[in-house]
Design a protein around this ligand. Structure first.
Ligand SMILES: *Cc1c(COP(=O)(O)O)cnc(C)c1O
Length: 376
């Protein structure tokens, strides 16, 4: 089976991890610090806190923003449920704004209509790697005093008008799950130029512990003393994994080039087929293509999916509208809420897309899609 996504691990990656295993630090130590600094070269210099997953990054980000019961988070339904679950766990009310049909990203016009005095966060997702319309979202967020969050689990390495993802939002979250643009096995990061917010993020991810002398309430207690001022969790990324992350970042330019090549070949082969839509790219966006979301006629999507899987092409569907999950259905979110996201979902199939996919495999995928569309 050709999977829809796959990690790429080099000998240098293996060597970097084994070097840490032989060192004195296994968890938060020099490799984490180095990885956080290395991430800055991709985020326009915005500093980062490395955490244990993309889900942890979202939880940490919403907690550092101060999301609490009564707050509203305006967000997209076309995403992995972690974008919403982490805000809901903090008591936020989710407000779903529909997408733009070309990119699958949250539509600023829909967001603007849903702003209320309780809007605390506007949470965009860079679907498939294509940056959301951050300029329009920025204007809305500034106009209502909301924090602009970008779930960039798909889009590390993408740019908008030459500005890198990581420098566009007030807070950006990353995931380093194996199918994502780089991997640490499990891992994630919170990125923000707001140093106070980032300090709160770091603290929340490290059990809330305060150690800095100037910030202790009881500074005379003794040299061992540490305090908790606000509750936190353990979301630390181990040094073992951070070392892998730094190595993977060194490969990111090559990964981006190969993903772009594959996107172009798929576009050329599939773009002209009636009833089929290839992923759009807006003029000022330079995406790192994490997914290749093809859209086929909805009434045949299931048959095409099954045909492709049976012929060894491991397509995936990204994503079921978030509010269709029974947990949100039980809270009263009804189907039909965001018709464009539902239409997108009903037609979507993610084709294999990862840097080590060979030209031959790309050809196999294209022929299989053609055959599936003819027979399924
Ligand atoms: C993968 C993903 C996450 C969660 O990241 P994990 O590292 O798997 O916890 C969050 N949001 C989006 C859009 C994702 O694709």
């Amino acid at each position: 089976m050709i999977p829809y996504g796959h990690h790429v691990i080099s000998q240098e990656d293996v060597d970097a991890v084994t070097a840490v295993l032989r060192s004195d630090w296994l968890t938060t130590g020099p490799a984490v610090e180095a990885f956080e600094n290395d991430l800055g070269t991709w985020t326009g210099g915005a500093p980062a806190v490395a955490v244990s997953s993309g889900t942890a990054a979202l939880h940490v980000a919403y907690a550092a923003i101060g999301v609490q019961p009564g707050d509203e988070v305006i967000t997209t339904p076309l995403t992995f449920v972690a974008t919403q679950a982490t805000a809901a766990l903090l008591g936020a009310r989710l407000v779903f704004a529909d997408i733009s049909p070309d990119t699958g990203n949250i539509d600023p016009e829909q967001v603007a209509r849903l702003v209320t005095p309780r809007t605390k966060v506007i949470a965009a997702v860079d679907y498939a790697g294509h940056p959301a319309d951050m300029e329009a979202l920025r204007a809305i967020a500034d106009g209502c005093g909301a924090v602009l969050l970008e779930d960039a689990a798909h889009s590390l390495g993408s740019t908008l008008r030459g500005r890198p993802v990581g420098s566009l939002a007030d807070v950006t979250t990353l995931s380093f799950f194996p199918t994502k643009n780089i991997t640490t096995g499990e891992g994630g990061a919170v990125v923000s130029a707001d140093t106070d917010l980032l300090a709160r993020a770091r603290r929340f991810a490290r059990q809330g512990l305060v150690r800095e002398a100037g910030q202790l309430r009881y500074s005379q207690e003794g040299p061992w003393h540490q305090e908790v001022h606000a509750l936190g969790l353990n979301y630390r990324l181990p040094d073992i994994l951070a070392a892998l992350g730094s190595r993977q970042l060194a490969s990111l330019p090559d990964f981006k080039r190969r993903r772009s090549e594959i996107k172009a070949v798929y576009d050329a082969a599939l773009g002209g087929i009636p009833g089929v839509d290839v992923p759009a790219c807006r003029p000022h966006a330079d995406p790192m293509w994490h997914l290749y979301p093809l859209r086929v006629p909805s009434e045949r999507r299931r048959a095409v999916y099954e045909h492709l899987r049976a012929s060894g092409v491991g397509v995936q569907v990204n994503y079921i509208p978030a509010y269709w999950h029974p947990v949100f259905e039980d809270m009263g979110y009804a189907r039909g809420l965001c018709p464009r996201a539902e239409d997108y979902y009903s037609r979507e199939l993610s084709l294999p897309m990862y840097p080590s996919l060979t030209d031959e495999q790309v050809g196999t995928v294209i022929r299989s899609v053609g055959a599936a569309l003819e027979t399924a």
